[in-house]
Design a protein around this ligand. Sequence first.
Ligand code: ADP
Ligand code: MG
Length: 255
Amino acid sequence: MGYVIALANQKGGVGKTTTSVNLGACLAEAGKKVLLIDIDPQGNATSGTGISKASIEQDVYDVLINETPLEDVILKTVHDGLDIVPTTIQLSGAEIELTSMMARETRLKDAIESVDDNYDYVLIDCPPSLGLLTINAFTASDSILIPVQSEYYALEGLSQLLNTIKLVQKHFNPDLKIEGVLMTMFDARTNLGQQVNEEVKKFFGDQVYETIIPRNVRLAEAPSHGLPIIDYDPKSNGAEVYRQLAKEVLAAHGK
Ligand code: ADP
Ligand code: MG
């Protein structure tokens, strides 16, 4: 059975998608079968793994709303061993449509259960909100990986995120855990980065990964080429740090 990790933080631009794509590719490089599910209507994980919008016939919207089987929607990405459930902008209507549906919180979970024997890891790239799409992800997941941008107010909003996790634990998924907290876009040239890092460690303790993702221009460039960093520039610092993160994740699961 695949281990399901949601990448979530309701703040936009903190590195959720960058981490989903690159952790996914690095786990695949380490020999794991990985499925990435894009549930952000922006579709940045979809385009960032080389999927052209024109090639998408059905997407995660059809799975959630029309009960299309998940396996009919899965595409291969540019990286061997990394598959994706793509999204398109039509997903932006799903949040409202789900409101009046039966089993509205468990639709993604039900869909994943039909394919997760085929994968070692399933990663869900969440939108920047705590609405029904994110709740579907939390209900479907074993754990949550929280990327935190290394900046002032890094911790702001995290109490709402933790509250949502508690609510989902209470009502839908009592075993839901925090996988880890990842510091992203760290700038070693300023004291601020260090201060924020200390603050986040005070709050989350040993849940914070040892791997810290620095600001790296190659990581910012890779998505416009539709490539994970290990395919775009395999020797870059960005590639190295995401391989390191994959090692930490694998070690945490003893495989
Ligand atoms: P989110 O999914 O949380 O909104 P993204 O992963 O899309 O955040 O990152 C936001 C922007 O920052 C994107 O343009 C991305 O390419 C860039 N970015 C993310 N991580 C890094 C990094 N470590 N170094 C430089 N740019 C980054
Ligand atoms: Mg994103």
